[in-house]
Design a protein around this ligand. Structure first.
Ligand code: SF4
Ligand code: SF4
Ligand code: SF4
Length: 279
């Protein structure tokens, strides 16, 4: 597969020291992507985040951590989402090209191509792609980087809703801003920009005041991950490797495509003004 020219790609600069924990980003993401509500619990054992994990209904969430500084109780936050990797492991293992790094930055998922093998879920080092286990004809779900909004000249929904912490724009400019902030306030920031080099570089970059591992950031190699993923996938059960080969698998894939078609038709009907609809 030829590599996409990402020299002009956009990126999220997420400055966790400016985050107030308002979770406007979580709500905006749910609204824009029309994601169902789900049962949640406030305390998950590792912090105060709600819901306790990302899911097919939650593409982003704010993780909370409290700590003590100079005798005062402080909060630190981490906005979890797809990293939109420059060289995405999910795309590199997908046998049918259902994931694609776009020149604008977002890594998108083409549901009509997906055969449900779930290699992407195993390959992603950030645990991002989720499977709709609750549905009869499941698809993979993850943050889209609001590619539809970005290609229409808008900012991603979460970036639009955020009052303080998220800046969105050309990746090289976002890195420059991040470097300037770290240089100007060395006492405030950890001297590292997460995502600048992690996994070979990503379209989501972070600044924090606490060490990344204390906030729950994953430790990943600086080299692009596709170099490693096929080694790991040799442990995948052979049943997955043959999923596209049997008649029952083909029938299952066709039913999923019917589901997608029906959903698209329903969405078009909702978008059509009432007076244009047939009686
Ligand atoms: S974070 Fe995971 S799902 Fe997102 S682009 Fe990277 S490998 Fe793919
Ligand atoms: S970029 Fe869009 S899909 Fe991704 S977390 Fe933000 S609002 Fe949700
Ligand atoms: S909208 Fe911004 S300030 Fe509010 S929780 Fe999300 S990242 Fe933090």
């Amino acid at each position: 597969m030829s590599k996409v020219d990402t020299s002009k790609q956009n990126a999220f600069l997420i400055d966790m020291t400016k985050c107030t924990g308002c979770r406007g980003c979580q709500v905006a993401c749910k609204q824009w992507n029309q994601l169902e509500a789900e049962n949640t619990e406030f305390f998950s054992g590792e912090g105060y985040q709600n819901p306790p994990a990302m899911s097919e209904y939650t593409f982003t969430r704010i993780k909370f951590r409290d700590y003590e500084k100079n005798g005062q109780n402080e909060f630190a936050f981490y906005k979890e989402m797809c990293m939109h990797c420059d060289d995405p492991a999910c795309a590199s293992v997908c046998p049918v090209g259902a994931f694609e790094k776009t020149p604008e930055g977002p890594v998108i998922y083409k549901a009509d191509r997906c055969i449900g093998c779930r290699f992407c879920m195993i390959a992603c080092p950030f645990g991002v792609p989720k499977y709709e286990w609750s549905k009869g004809l499941p698809l993979v779900k993850k943050c889209t980087g609001c590619h539809d909004r970005v290609t229409a000249g808008l900012q991603p929904a979460c970036a639009t809703a955020c009052p303080t912490a998220i800046t969105y724009g050309p990746r090289d400019e976002m890195i420059k801003i991040a470097e300037e902030r770290v240089a100007k306030h060395p006492d405030k920031y950890i001297r590292k920009i997460y995502g600048k080099e992690e996994a070979g570089g990503t379209s989501v970059i972070y600044l924090t005041s606490l060490p990344f591992d204390e906030l729950g950031f994953k430790k990943v190699t600086l080299r692009p991950l596709p170099e490693y993923t096929w080694q790991a996938l040799r442990f995948v059960p052979a049943a997955f490797l043959t999923v596209g080969g049997s008649l029952s698998a083909l029938s299952w894939i066709n039913h999923r495509r019917d589901r997608l078609k029906n959903e698209q038709e329903d969405a078009e009907q909702v978008d059509t003004p009432a007076d244009e609809k047939e009686d």
